[in-house]
Design a protein. Sequence first.
Length: 230
Amino acid sequence: MDLFFEGFQKAVEMIVQGDKEILHITLTTLRVCFTAIIISTCIGLPLGVFLGLTHFPGRRIILVLVNIGMGLPPVVAGLYITMLLWRSGPLGQFSFLYTVEAIIAAQVLVSLPIVIGLTSAAFQQIDPKMLLQIKAMGATKLQMVILLLKELKLAILAAVMAGFGRVLAEVGAAMMVGGNIKGETRILTTAMVMEVSKGNFEIAIALSFILMALAFLITFILTSLQQRSA
């Protein structure tokens, strides 16, 4: 218990003193997570709407694959990205391995299925009578989608929050593709793992408090937006 309070005290000290390394790690974490979830939302939202509203051969198989992807272990995602970016891999010529961009790619891979899956599930639950009513009013397909997006904004924000939570807590893939390089690819989760391996439990606990504070703050803001629009 003493270690817990010491870690909390250490976290407060690092924040108050403006520790440059901690600041850089925190900013890198936020940069990576926000970039990944924005990309996942921009890609996943339209795909989720499409899968939720349309019916075509092979749709069920795609939905099964999306649901499988929602439970994809991060280390598997990291392995696939590493294989793509390795020197002998298809994208090895771009030298993206052990960069922030590689971490973003891995986090998109683990968060994208969540955004697609939860969005498509929300749209599949729409009452068919509502769709018929909207069509009867003469709305175009685009207008219908916009109306449904407004109707399901709570579920969509929930999908975004779930995806963001996944990338914020991710460590396995980030460690594999980013390398946890000081001053470049080190983020809060990988820094915690490193400190634990070195036996610096006080610093690891301090980092955990900073991570939890970020998670609480961002979730609070997103939830406030969600409930305000209810």
